[in-house]
Design a protein around this ligand. Structure first.
Ligand code: HAS
Length: 568
């Protein structure tokens, strides 16, 4: 057996086992999630003209697609990656009892929610907006997933404080700052949704209260829903700032830029949720404007990231002989099988240029009126969460599994091409949906039995071109997804050639600035609390006081409310 790399550390067998299960389990579920992505584009293009396909109804499949891909896969990965980063940089063993308890809660929660969805008892999409009502098992499942992930974060606090005590005055490792920022954002995000689920949706779903306050539930959901996207993005940014420069053969252009980005996201991730509700009644324009303004500020760290990554890539490429104004681009390791993580990160950065620009369009109050609830939205979020986030999570899952098991990557040529094929798919898919969305085509609609069906009185041929394009892109994405699964599972089931270790790629800083303002979380946490009070206290008070009549529960199968249901 070869000796491990000098950057590697040996870790406790229990932690290794848990990390592997935590990565492989959601990957198995992801097969289901990606399959339902393919089915979605077939419905939209009118190739499936039915309300169900292979036993799963349209909205049920869409719920599964959103919950598995956007909630389960991301949360499991963030926790596993967080464990890896904390253990690697702080070099202290973790409390394995708490770790396994957190894992068990997340696993049981996922099973409960999945069974409820598969039995058709929780067809409420990943936003679970009332008055669509799910079986209590769905809500309890989500709560367990969240509580499990909180426990993981609390488990990292003792080693963090011990490290700080033993390294007075030293800078906290950048990756640790990023992971802590992600989980602080997650704590902020999940508090309001916990209130929504525990005090509103669960009692209503159990039949203890007859109605639910829809505007309040939606506001609490988006109080969660937007920081959620930065919880997804932050682990990706950790990989960009701490790994990508080294993969390019260079250094991180500015350590300060990384710290500022992470802390800025702690400050501004949450007071922006009403930008998802610009078109909704019951919220005054003032608060919509305040949230639009803060949304522009939350985009700043991503601009900072764009410039820092470009500078770091240029520095690395020039180190390796790159020359000229643009000639250095040729020196990046696009298809280097030894630095195969580069394509996963680089392709995501490329996609994010378009996801970012469309995000700014969405946030621009009046332009939002054109795109809200149209196909434009899934185009935007596939260029963000299914672009940089998804690709980096896939790449890092494979990286960690290969290192922890000491196995070589199988099919290395497929592995380096997969991110580019995925990018091609995403770009075609999103362009199709942007075209449809710009022309007013709705999202979350079974087009196969309506606007894409020539036999339907609703048939809308003007939208068909975008749907066909979306379908072609979706098929290309599915091919890339299958390539990844083959590489991943062939590696998992391959033979080990080295001792399994924990290893991460670590970039040095080119400018290692020491700016006091980004050395501590405290002022940023205080700022975040203040902004939350400014942005949410008045609109929440308004919504609670305005006395909206409560709504009875609905199911997606009928326009009539559900009344007493003996079978639930
Ligand atoms: Fe968003 C809706 C605004 C970022 C995800 N967003 C969504 C939804 C999701 C989502 C899932 O204001 C739908 C929710 C639903 O189901 O209804 N979003 C923004 C803004 C940003 C943004 C302003 N979104 C994200 C990220 C997501 C995400 C990140 C997931 C991870 N979004 C909105 C708004 C809505 C919305 C409204 C609601 C709309 C509605 O009406 O419902 C910003 O954070 C974006 C900033 C990003 C940039 C890009 C920086 C570029 C970089 C790449 C550089 C590349 C390099 C490589 C260096 C400014 C870092 C160069 C290489 C070459 C080859 C050239």
């Amino acid at each position: 057996m070869e000796l491990p790399n000098e950057n590697a550390i040996a870790i406790e067998p229990g932690l290794k086992r848990m990390l592997l299960i935590e990565i492989v389990f959601p990957m198995v579920l992801l097969i289901l999630g990606i399959y339902h992505g393919l089915v979605q584009v077939l419905y939209r293009a009118g190739i499936i003209r039915s309300s169900q396909f292979l036993g799963l109804e349209y909205f049920q499949g869409l719920t599964l697609h959103g919950v598995v891909n956007a909630i389960v896969f991301t949360t499991f990965f963030a926790v596993a990656f967080g464990y890896a980063v904390i253990r690697y940089y702080l070099k202290r063993p973790l409390n394995m009892k708490v770790a396994w308890l957190s894992f068990a809660l997340m696993m049981i929660g996922t099973m409960l929610a999945a069974v409820a969805i598969l039995l058709g008892k929780a067809t409420v999409l990943y936003t679970f907006y009332p008055p669509l009502r799910a079986h209590p098992a769905f809500y309890v499942g989500l709560v367990l997933v969240v509580v499990g992930s909180w426990l993981a974060f609390f488990n990292w606090l003792p080693p963090y404080f011990a490290w700080k005590r033993q390294h007075p005055g030293e800078k906290i490792p950048l990756a640790v700052v990023g992971i802590f920022a992600a989980f602080i954002v997650w704590l902020i995000a999940t508090a309001p949704v916990a209130v929504e689920i525990l005090f509103m949706l669960l009692p209503w779903s159990m039949g203890w209260v007859p109605t639910v306050n829809v505007p309040l539930a939606r506001m609490l959901f988006w109080f969660f829903g937007h920081p959620l996207v930065y919880f997804w993005l932050l682990p990706t940014y950790v990989m960009y700032y701490t790994m990508l420069p080294k993969l390019c053969g260079g250094k991180l252009y500015s350590d300060f830029a990384g710290r500022l980005t992470f802390l800025w996201l702690v400050l501004y991730s949450a007071p922006v949720g009403i930008h998802h509700q610009f078109t909704e009644p019951g919220i005054t324009d003032t608060w919509k404007f305040v949230h639009a303004f803060f949304t522009m500020l939350v985009a700043v760290p991503s601009f900072l990231t764009a410039f820092t990554m470009a500078a770091s890539m240029e520095q690395g490429a020039r180190e390796n002989g790159g020359q000229g104004l643009l000639g250095w681009w040729k020196k990046l390791p696009y298809l280097d099988k030894d630095r195969w993580l580069f394509p996963y990160l680089f392709a995501g950065l490329f996609i994010f240029i378009f996801g970012g620009v469309t995000g700014i369009i969405n946030a621009s109050y009046n332009m939002n009126n054109v795109v809200h609830n149209t196909a434009w939205l899934p185009a935007h979020f596939h260029q963000t969460v299914a672009g940089p986030v998804f690709l980096s999570y896939l790449g890092m899952s494979l990286f960690l599994v290969a290192k922890l098991t000491g196995k070589a990557i199988k099919l290395p040529t497929w592995n380096v091409w997969m991110p580019y094929i995925w990018t091609l798919g995403i770009m075609i898919f999103s362009t199709g949906l942007f075209i449809g969305g710009g022309a007013g085509e709705p999202r979350r609609t079974n087009l196969g039995v309506s606007y894409s069906d020539p036999h339907s009185p609703l048939y809308h041929p003007e939208w068909h071109f975008g749907d066909i394009m979306g379908c072609i892109g979706g098929i290309v994405m599915t091919v890339a997804g299958l390539m990844f699964f083959v590489v991943f599972f062939a590696t998992v089931f391959g033979r080990a050639s080295k001792k399994g270790v924990l290893e991460l790629i670590v970039s040095e800083a080119y400018h290692d600035e020491r700016v006091p303002a980004v050395q501590s979380f405290t002022p940023w946490l205080a700022g975040a609390a203040l902004l939350l009070v400014i942005a949410y206290a008045p609109p929440l008070t308004e919504t609670i006081r305005s006395g909206f009549p409560g709504a009875l529960p609905y199911s997606p199968h009928s326009p009539l409310p559900l009344h007493a249901e003996p079978d639930r």
